[in-house]
Write a protein that binds this ligand. Structure first.
Ligand code: TMP
Length: 208
């Protein structure tokens, strides 16, 4: 079982995932929690190049390729082996983030970005994708309030960029409706956690 968590900036998906994984572990499910870009030492090194605020000259296609490279390494070293062992892999971001940020936000085109990702992942798609949906204005306001969170290069993009990202996620949720569940991330944390947890349990139930 491969579950991915997606959403625009400030959706709170990481805090939600912490709580959801705690509950799943307590309930006895074998969870592997990981994230993109990163998740293994080589992939984390690629992450630091991509997210470095100094790298303003990073070309959009080079950026998309780096995400795909990091994704590939992470799949080979961590995700595929865990799935083979029968684990439930919960991954913070995956291909859909590239489609939304590079394809939609940067304007490279969803189909173009999908092509390089199909090569990188050998057509791997998640069984379930939770989209933590929030208006960019609200998400960015949350980030601004949270002084502890590190601001990365993409956080600094204009509001227009984040609007395109959100819209692309919503379009993807329609296109891939059989694996997508949209969760209203503007609600209070405990309600968002409950919604995410029950969507995962439902999927696990369907698999057994
Ligand atoms: P995070 O804030 O969830 O750790 O994600 C890091 C940033 O990388 C976030 O701004 C989204 C961005 N991103 C992409 O632009 N494309 C991708 O393929 C992935 C995985 C993340």
């Amino acid at each position: 079982m491969f579950i991915t968590l997606e959403g625009p900036e400030g959706s709170g998906k990481t805090s939600v995932a912490n709580e959801v994984c705690r509950r799943l572990t307590e309930a006895g499910y074998p969870i592997v929690r990981t994230r993109e870009p990163g998740g293994t030492p080589i992939a984390e090194e690629i992450r630091s190049v991509i997210l470095d605020k100094k790298n303003t000259a990073l070309d959009p296609r080079a950026e998309a390729l780096l995400y795909a490279a990091s994704r590939r390494q992470h799949l080979v070293e961590k995700v595929w082996p865990a799935i083979k062992e029968g684990k439930i892999v919960i991954c913070d971001r995956f291909v859909d983030s590239s489609l939304a940020y590079q394809g939609g936000g940067r304007g490279l085109g969803v189909e173009e970005v999908l092509k390089i990702n199909l090569f990188a992942t050998e057509n791997t798609f998640p069984d379930l994708t939770l989209l933590f949906d929030i208006e960019p204005e609200k998400g960015l306001a949350r980030i601004a309030k949270n002084a502890n969170r590190e601001i990365n290069r993409l956080d600094l993009e204009k509001l227009e960029f984040h609007k395109k990202v959100r819209q692309t996620f919503l379009d993807l949720a329609k296109k891939y409706h059989e694996r997508y569940v949209i969760i209203d991330a503007s609600k209070p944390l405990d309600q968002v956690v409950d919604a995410a947890y029950s969507a995962i349990l439902k999927k696990l139930g369907n698999k057994q």
